[in-house]
Design a protein around this ligand. Structure first.
Ligand SMILES: [Zn+2]
Length: 119
C-alpha cells in the first residue's frame, strides 16, 4: 500500500514547514496530487490518520485536488491524456511518451489552528 509512504512524506514535509515557521498545530493541509500517483483516497486518508498521531498534525484534515495526467508524444510532441496503460498517441499512434503532468505530490497550503502559532 504505497499510500503509507505518500502520507509519511506529507506528514514529514508539513512538520518541517511548520517547524521552520515557528511551530503550531495544523488544522488543514491542501495538496496537489497527480493522477499518475494512482492514490486511493480512502487509503491515503487512512494512512494519514494513523501517521499524524502524536505530531502537530494530530487534528489536521487532508484535502487535495487531482491533477489530470498529461503526456507528450516522443515522436510528434502532441500532448494528450493517456487512456490506459499503453500510451498511444492520438495523432501519430506512436507508443511511448514522456510525462508532462500527473506526477505531482505538492503541498499547496498549510493552515494552522488559530492561536496555536508561536508557543
Ligand atoms: Zn505522436
Amino acid at each position: 500500500m504505497h499510500e503509507f509512504s505518500i502520507a509519511d512524506a506529507i506528514v514529514r514535509a508539513t512538520q518541517e514547514v511548520v517547524q521552520a515557521n515557528g511551530g503550531g498545530k495544523v488544522e488543514r493541509i491542501h495538496l496537489r496530487l497527480g493522477e499518475l500517483r494512482q492514490v486511493v483516497p480512502d487509503a491515503l486518508l487512512f494512512a494519514f490518520d494513523i501517521l499524524k498521531q502524536d505530531t502537530p498534525l494530530s487534528e489536521a484534515s487532508l484535502e487535495w485536488e487531482m491533477v489530470p495526467a498529461q503526456v507528450r508524444c516522443k515522436t510528434c510532441s502532441t500532448e494528450y491524456h493517456p487512456q490506459d496503460v499503453f500510451w498511444e498517441c492520438p495523432s501519430c499512434q506512436a507508443i511511448g511518451a514522456e510525462v508532462a503532468a500527473g506526477e505531482e505530490l505538492e503541498i499547496v497550503a498549510i493552515t494552522l489552528l488559530e492561536g496555536s502559532n508561536g508557543d
